[in-house]
Design a protein around this ligand. Structure first.
Ligand SMILES: CNc1ncnc2c1ncn2[C@@H]1O[C@H](COP(=O)(O)O)[C@@H](O)[C@H]1O
Length: 349
């Protein structure tokens, strides 16, 4: 690994107040937390027919590629976190872990999930998570503020996508700040979601889209369609040719960049120093370093900043400036922007 510029170490990047804008709730659950949930469930139900998470997702394994990554959720984590107790427990743990890593502002995203066998509706799911987020925000001892983005999955139908928008609008005053498009980039037709995202735009809620994650989801047609929805931010932005890079700069769209996820999942060619963060950091658009799925790729945001320092030669002041650069692209408005500006004005490198 390349050497860090003088003085940048893990203590500094943990202490640095950080802004996390691209984190999927279920993908952010640590293995230790999944293991706790599994132990609690096994104690309640000795006949539980689910492997220990430490066997299903072994410690140290981070080489999930785009083919093995998505089934992890449908075939395992969703089966384990399938009741209110586990959803509440894991959401609290995720918030605590981001805060303990020095995150001061978090936009967590999740796909509304109904669990009929537990009588849990998508609305119950969203309410439960918002309750936990709001309780977290109301506790004066907490240094991090969190907000929620609801995700439309590329596998959704137009009706399901509109249902997510309905939920986002319903909960807009109590913590939902935007809508995301995520899911397996090899699947789905984004044209189906034009109406849903037009409703988001018209409502004043913000839009973030997974953009050009793989070559399969980076055709000119798809990228033109996504940009026509006037997104506020874009996630990953990997397979983006010049013409689209220029459009992103012209529209001043914020980019959410995920170093470890892209390297471990082999979504980019090469390694950290080849990551397109190296290109976007010299642009004028808001740039946010993000974890994506810290539970799977095991690199907390402080580690992502350390990697940026090591591979792109950033010093302490530049790392602080990188954090501040994300402020204009947060979804929750002026009050939080002012709070963050204050946080950075008093932070000594
Ligand atoms: C490689 N990066 C990624 N690209 C696209 N979608 C991703 C993703 N990482 C996670 N998700 C999406 O988030 C869901 C899990 O969290 P929630 O249940 O919503 O909280 C996954 O099922 C997938 O649809």
């Amino acid at each position: 690994m390349a050497a860090s510029p003088a003085g940048v170490d893990s203590d500094f990047t943990r202490r640095l107040p950080k802004i996390e804008l691209h984190a999927h709730l279920t993908g952010s659950i640590s293995r230790a937390c999944l293991h706790d949930i599994w132990q609690q469930k096994s104690a309640r139900d000795p006949a539980l027919d689910l492997e220990d998470p430490l066997v299903a997702i072994p410690h140290g394994k981070v080489d999930y590629d785009i083919k093995t990554f998505f089934p992890l959720f449908s075939s395992y984590i969703y089966k384990l976190c399938n009741d209110m107790t586990s959803i509440e427990y894991s959401t609290k743990a995720v918030l605590e872990e981001f805060q303990a890593d020095g995150v001061v502002y978090l936009e967590l995203r999740t796909t509304p999930r109904a669990i009929p066998e537990q009588n849990i509706t998508k609305d119950d799911y969203v309410w439960t998570i918002l309750d936990i987020i709001n309780a977290h925000n109301e506790d004066p001892n907490n240094t991090m503020r969190a907000h929620l983005i609801l995700s439309i999955d590329r596998r959704n139908t137009a009706t399901e996508a509109n249902e997510v928008v309905d939920l986002a609008l319903k909960h807009a005053l109590v913590g939902v700040v935007g809508v995301d498009l995520c899911g397996n980039p090899a699947q789905g037709d984004v044209l189906l979601f034009a109406d849903a995202f037009a409703r988001v735009k018209a409502s004043g809620l913000r839009i973030t889209l997974h953009f050009a994650e793989t070559e399969a989801s980076a055709s000119d047609e798809e990228l033109s369609t996504l940009l026509s929805w006037q997104p506020d931010r874009l996630g990953h932005v990997i397979h983006v040719k010049n013409e689209f890079q220029e459009a992103i700069k012209k529209q001043n769209i914020g980019v959410e960049l995920c170093l470890s996820c892209n390297v471990h999942a082999k979504m980019i060619t090469g390694s950290y120093s080849d990551h397109h963060f190296g290109v976007w950091r010299h642009s004028s658009v808001p740039v946010a370093l993000c974890t994506d799925d810290v539970g799977v790729f095991c690199s907390p945001l402080s580690q992502e900043f350390l990697l940026a320092a090591e591979h792109f030669g950033l010093g302490k002041k530049q790392l602080k400036e990188l954090c501040e650069r994300a402020i204009p692209s947060i979804f929750s408005g002026e009050e939080e922007q002012a709070r963050l500006r204050e946080v950075y004005s008093t932070f000594e490198c």
